[in-house]
Design a protein around this ligand. Structure first.
Ligand code: NDP
Length: 457
């Protein structure tokens, strides 16, 4: 991303024209506009230098989903009442492989959010070097406070419709916010029952029934490996660094675990109600406690402060004003704004690596880039999750299971490759690596070449 204000006039015109058309065609979809704008601002100079991309309208086609499926999900709650949610699957781009991307269950889910996620996913999946197209799905169903039976009823109804549109060579869903091992189990079970076949149509499966070792850990671990790579460009390491993390779900838990194992001190975690600050840092035992609290008891992060007196809970606040060297937003989109970014810079933060998708607002990104922070957008730094899903697909196809050492080595190599690709396309004249630009161009090239080769489809 080049600062919009510093763009040459013809580049600015291209961006404005492109965005005006996107906004007119997709009204009321602010998250989708935001994700497209970030990519168009990065790619505009590259596209203008390559007229065939303009002529063949490659980026225009990437920004138009190949297919959007929207459906009714009726189910019955424990009181015997009928509930109705809305289900979606956005099949964004299949130029380089079957659609691949998570399923999100959260009350905020709407078409705009899923289109932004599916759009980002297309570039991210391309960056992994594995053959996966981009997709994303979900529902406005809120699993919080629901019994296991209600979650199962919902998942079965959701998959009864979605099963018509997915398959191991068509579209392979995975988890995301509100969808973990329990939900993947219920969805896979219903899919298998309807199709009467055992295939790798979902990733994030249990280890005993086709899952990959290290898939749960992969997004948080991969983001941590990416941080190591970024720091290495400045001859620095994670050891001894203070880290703030938001979220306390899948990505946050394993980011905390890996960063701690690499010798950093993680001092915050959060959920949508507030954050905990533990100046002593989280150790293995505290992280195990958080995993049990969130994954087994489905509790709230404030309970951490009841258990550990060294910690304080801050209701209704986010952790970005806590002094740190490294910040890892791992909760949700737009959770870190311009003021938060300024506070991070003022407090001496040197590195921001996104475990979540699009957690930083455009204003925050502008602050990071103008202060030349090491800043990694989610599509690069959190790609380890989908990369390991790709490894799960490979293992399913070959009907073998790799050891966790093998998967970890492949994940590590993929994260290094993504980092190298970002440096190749994102290094600026003064040597600063603009990871936003690097990730967008590197992710785009492979998809664009495939689309050019496959004609107007
Ligand atoms: P989880 O559902 O496991 O955890 C989500 C965490 O974020 C919870 O702590 C949740 O708190 C918090 N959160 C959710 N919504 C909000 C909100 N509106 N405001 C503040 N906090 C919120 O999801 P994941 O850890 O899997 O996903 C987190 C992020 O990482 C998402 O952006 C996702 O798209 C991205 N991601 C996930 C991957 C994966 O493999 N799982 C792969 C790549 C990216 P609460 O309990 O209160 O809702």
């Amino acid at each position: 991303m080049i600062s919009y204000l510093k763009m040459e006039k013809h580049v600015k015109n291209y961006v404005d024209d492109f965005m005006n058309r996107i906004i007119a065609k997709n009204p009321n979809e602010p998250e989708f506009h935001q994700a497209v704008r970030e990519v168009v601002e990065s790619l505009a100079p590259y596209i203008l230098e390559n007229p065939v991309l303009q002529k063949m309208k490659v980026l225009e086609r990437i920004a138009e989903p190949e297919r959007v499926i929207m459906f009714r999900v009726p189910w019955i709650n424990d009181k015997g009442e009928v509930e109705i949610n809305r289900g979606y699957r956005v099949q964004m781009n299949s130029a380089i492989g079957p659609y691949k991307g998570g399923i999100r269950f959260h009350s905020s889910v709407n078409l705009s959010i899923l289109k932004f996620l599916a759009f980002e996913q297309t570039f991210k999946n391309s960056l992994t070097t594995l053959p996966m197209g981009g997709g994303k799905g979900g529902s406005d169903f809120n699993p919080k406070g629901k019994s296991d039976n209600e979650v199962m009823n919902f998942c079965q109804s959701f998959i009864t419709e979605l099963s018509r549109h997915i398959g191991s060579n068509i579209d392979v869903p995975a988890g995301d916010i509100g969808v973990g091992g329990r939900e993947i189990g219920f969805m896979f079970g219903q899919y298998k029952r309807l199709r009467n076949e055992f295939t790798g149509t979902f990733t994030g499966k249990g280890i005993d029934w086709g899952g990959s070792l290290l898939r749960p850990e992969a997004t948080g671990y991969g983001t941590s490996y990416f941080v190591q790579e970024m720091l290495a460009t400045r001859n620095d390491t994670v050891e001894g660094k203070t880290v703030t993390i938001s979220g306390s779900g899948n990505v946050a838990q394993y980011a905390a675990q890996k960063m701690t194992r690499l010798g950093a001190k993680v001092v915050t975690l959060s959920d949508s109600n507030g954050y905990i600050y533990d100046p002593d840092g989280l150790d293995e035992e505290k992280i195990e406690y958080v995993m049990e609290l969130k994954n087994v008891f489905r509790g709230r992060i404030k309970e951490y402060a009841d258990r550990y007196p060294s910690a304080t809970y801050y209701e209704g606040q986010r952790p970005w004003h806590v002094k740190c060297d490294i910040a890892m937003p791992c909760a949700t989109q737009n959770e870190l704004d311009g003021d938060d970014a300024k506070a991070l810079v003022a407090n001496g933060c040197i590195c921001v690596a996104e475990g979540a998708n699009m957690p930083s607002t455009p204003e925050a990104i502008e602050v990071f880039l103008s202060h030349k922070l090491l800043y990694a957008p989610g599509k690069a730094s959190n790609a380890g999750g989908v990369a390991t899903s790709g490894l799960e697909m490979s293992q399913n196809s070959m009907r073998i299971a790799w050891s966790s050492e093998e998967v970890d080595a492949k994940l590590h190599a993929i994260m290094k490759n993504i980092h190298a690709a970002c440096c190749e396309y994102g290094t600026e004249e003064d040597g600063y690596v603009n990871y936003v630009k690097g990730a967008n161009i590197a992710g785009f090239i492979k998809v664009a070449n495939a689309m050019l080769a496959q004609g107007i489809v």
